[in-house]
Ligand binder design. Structure first.
Ligand SMILES: N=c1c2ncn([C@@H]3O[C@H](COP(=O)(O)OP(=O)(O)OP(=O)(O)O)[C@@H](O)[C@H]3O)c2ncn1[C@@H]1O[C@H](COP(=O)(O)O)[C@@H](O)[C@H]1O
Length: 87
């Protein structure tokens, strides 16, 4: 189990160190257009899960959306504080 901040630190490290076989490195290399499409896709899956699926499935879809948002943030060079200052 990890927090939002801990996942962001882990993905930032993946971006820096570019380990072999990392899906995150591949997603970052795919560019902002592809990253944005993934955000939209996961957001749709969250919506469907919220209306039709179990709490567990919804939580899983939300975790994937959070991951995709973080990949997009890294793709655009945003840090956590850039977002948190708007909360
Ligand atoms: N939290 C996640 C995470 N959530 C979602 N995903 C990716 O999103 C996919 C699920 O999304 P989809 O519904 O689009 O499934 P899919 O269509 O089969 O996936 P793709 O073919 O599009 O990759 C998963 O198979 C993962 O590839 C994640 N990939 C990685 N993480 C975490 O990120 C960290 C770094 O991971 P790596 O970069 O893979 O080392 C680790 O802590 C991982 O647990």
């Amino acid at each position: 189990m990890k927090t939002f901040d801990e996942l962001f630190a882990e993905l930032s490290d993946r971006q820096r160190s570019r380990p072999e076989g990392s899906g995150t490195v591949a997603a970052l290399d795919a560019g902002v257009h592809a990253q944005g499409k993934k955000v939209l896709e996961e957001a749709g899956e969250v919506w469907i899960a919220a209306e039709h699926e179990s709490d567990e499935r919804l939580a899983e879809e939300i975790s994937q959306l959070l991951y995709r948002l973080q990949v997009l943030m890294l793709g655009r060079g945003l840090g956590l504080d850039d977002v948190y200052r708007h909360l």
